[in-house]
Design a protein around this ligand. Structure first.
Ligand code: AMP
Length: 386
C-alpha cells in the first residue's frame, strides 16, 4: 500500500486524492488548518509547514511527498527530502518560488520574458522605471499568487504609491519590476515529466483572468500549430532544465505570434482542471503517476472543454448539470469573497456545441461576462491554425 503525502490541503490536494483512489493509493495531507477541504477526502494532519515535529510525524507515514501549495518553506522541503522522496524536488520548487530566479532561468533557456529587474530600495525602483518604462508592474518575488502582492504602475507618478504598498516587503520577500505586456491573450501549458524523464504536455489552454484570478479556461486554445509547438517546447525546456518531476504549468502571454513566459507553477494548476473530463487522463492522475515512477498517461483531448471557476460562493448547479457535457466540482469550502470554491467543466465535440452550452449556462447563472470572451473566441474564424 503506497501512501502519498501532500503538503497543503486545498482543492488541489482534494482532487489529487480523488484521482488517486482508483490507483489504490492512500493519502495523508498536512495543512495548518483543521478545516482544509482536502480533509473531507483524505486523512488530514494539522500542523505548520515549518514545524519539524509535525514534518517528522508526516514523513514517517508516507512513501512519497508532493505539494498542493508551492510556498511551502524551501527548508522544509529539503528537510523532508533527506527522509523521503519529494517531487518536484526542492531545487525546482525553489526556482519556481522566486519570480526573479524563474524569469532568469527562462531567459537562459532562450524563452522570451517581459523586461524585468529586481528592486530592493526606493532608488532602485526609480532606476528600474527608467530602464523598463511605464506601464509596468511591481510584484513581490515570493509568496504572490492570483494577482496578490502586485501593484500596477501606470505612470511615473505612481512610483510613490507602489513603494508605499509593497516597499516594506523588499527585505523579506523581495520585489521585482516587470514590463507590462499588452498581450492579446494568456495561454498555459500544463505538462508532466516523470522520474525517468518522460515528458507529456496537455494541449495548449487559453485563460481569462479577472482581477488577476483565473475566471475561465478553454482547451484546446485556438492557436496555430506553430504556436502550440513553441509553447510546448518552452515547457519541455523548463522541465528538463529543472529536472522536474510531476505536473507543472507554464503561464505565457501571447502577443501576435510571440510567446513570453510569465511564471511557472510547480504543481497541478487551475488551468488544467478541464483535464478531469476533457482529456484521456487528468493532470491529477498524471501528477501521481509521475511522482510514483509509473508510466504517464496520454494527455490527448476528448473534444473541447471550457472550465469556469466559481469564486466566493457556489452558484446553483442545475444549469451545468442539465448540459450533456456538464460537470460540477464543489470543493466543500465555506463561502468567502474571492475564494476559489469550485468549478464547472463543459465538454463538447465541437465549437458550436460548446459555445451553445456556455451561452445557456451564462444566461441561467446571470454570468454573461464570464462566458462571453470564451464564446467570442469559439466564434472567431481562422484562428484554429490547422
Ligand atoms: P501572476 O500572479 O504573475 O500570474 O499575475 C496575475 C495576472 O496579472 C496575470 O495572469 C496577468 O493577467 C496579469 N499580469 C501579470 N504580469 C503581467 C505583465 N507583466 N504584463 C501584463 N499583465 C500581467
Amino acid at each position: 500500500m503506497t501512501t502519498v503525502g501532500i503538503l497543503g490541503g486545498g482543492q488541489l490536494a482534494r482532487m489529487l486524492a480523488l484521482a488517486g483512489v482508483p490507483l489504490g493509493l492512500r493519502f495523508l495531507v498536512l495543512d495548518p488548518s483543521a478545516d482544509a477541504c482536502a480533509g473531507q477526502c483524505a486523512p488530514l494532519q494539522v500542523g505548520a509547514f515549518d514545524d519539524q515535529a509535525a514534518l517528522a510525524r508526516f514523513a514517517d507515514q508516507v512513501d512519497v511527498v508532493t505539494f498542493d501549495f508551492e510556498n511551502v518553506p524551501a527548508a522544509s522541503a529539503q528537510w523532508l527530502a533527506q527522509r523521503v522522496p519529494v517531487f518536484p524536488g526542492p531545487r525546482a520548487l525553489a526556482i519556481a518560488q522566486d519570480r526573479l530566479s524563474e524569469k532568469s532561468l527562462f531567459g537562459e533557456l532562450g524563452i522570451p520574458v517581459p523586461a524585468f529587474q529586481a528592486v530592493s530600495t526606493r532608488a532602485q525602483l526609480d532606476a528600474a522605471l527608467a530602464r523598463i518604462g511605464v506601464p509596468c508592474i511591481m510584484k513581490t518575488r515570493r509568496f504572490g499568487y492570483d494577482g496578490k502582492g502586485q501593484f500596477r504602475i501606470r505612470s511615473l507618478a505612481d512610483a510613490e504609491a507602489a513603494w508605499d504598498a509593497l516597499g516594506a516587503q523588499a527585505g523579506s520577500v523581495g520585489l521585482i519590476v516587470e514590463g507590462f505586456v499588452a498581450f492579446d491573450r494568456e495561454l498555459s501549458v500544463v505538462a508532466a515529466r516523470s522520474r525517468d524523464g518522460q515528458f507529456k504536455a496537455f494541449p495548449l489552454t487559453e485563460n481569462w483572468h479577472v482581477d488577476g484570478v483565473l475566471s475561465a479556461s478553454l482547451a484546446p486554445a485556438r492557436a496555430s500549430q506553430a504556436l502550440r509547438a513553441q509553447a510546448i517546447d518552452y515547457a519541455r525546456r523548463v522541465a528538463e532544465a529543472t529536472d522536474y518531476v510531476g505536473v507543472f504549468a507554464l503561464e505565457l502571454f501571447c502577443q501576435g505570434q510571440t510567446l513570453l513566459a510569465n511564471e511557472m507553477a510547480p504543481r497541478v494548476h487551475n488551468s488544467g482542471h478541464w483535464t478531469i473530463e476533457g482529456a484521456e487522463i487528468s493532470q491529477f492522475e498524471n501528477h501521481l503517476r509521475a511522482v510514483l515512477g509509473l508510466p504517464l498517461g496520454e494527455p490527448a483531448m476528448r473534444g473541447m472543454a471550457c472550465m469556469l471557476n466559481w469564486l466566493g460562493q457556489m452558484p446553483d448547479a442545475t444549469a451545468v448539470l442539465s448540459q450533456a457535457g456538464g460537470h460540477w466540482h464543489d470543493y466543500g469550502k465555506s463561502a468567502r469573497a474571492g475564494r476559489k470554491v469550485g468549478h464547472a467543466t463543459l465538454r463538447a465535440e465541437e465549437a458550436t456545441a460548446l459555445s451553445c452550452a456556455l451561452a445557456d449556462v451564462g444566461a441561467a447563472l446571470s454570468r454573461p461576462d464570464q462566458v462571453q470572451p470564451v464564446i467570442a473566441r469559439l466564434n472567431e474564424n481562422g484562428v484554429g491554425g490547422d
